[in-house]
Design a protein. Structure first.
Length: 100
């Protein structure tokens, strides 16, 4: 299945990449991007391999690192998966409600 990022998820991924590069280093940023890519490849091959979200109907929750999770929806009719948002798990869960 084709995996793509919503505009919001794309902005968040760019912002997170910039943060990791500025506050950590290139290796940390590259390691995160590698893990993120592995997870997107996983859901592309096995769309329901991550658990369904308990909080949000018809969304799945994929843990990239213990600090970062993304939520996605599957559209079987068009054979696509949309990553809705990328979320820093250290934030208040109420903030996630506003994003979805």
């Amino acid at each position: 299945m084709k995996v793509f990022l919503s505009n919001s998820a794309e902005r968040k991924l760019l912002k997170l990449s910039e943060y990791l590069l500025e506050n950590w280093n290139l290796k940390t940023k590259d390691t995160f991007i590698e893990k993120f890519t592995e997870k997107t490849n996983q859901i592309s091959s096995l769309p329901e391999s991550c658990p369904e979200s308990n909080e949000f109907k018809n969304l799945f929750k994929c843990v990239v690192t213990k600090q970062t999770t993304f939520y996605y929806r599957i559209n079987f009719k068009v054979n696509e998966i949309e990553i809705i948002t990328i979320f820093d798990t250290r934030q208040s869960p109420n903030k996630l409600n506003k994003e979805i």
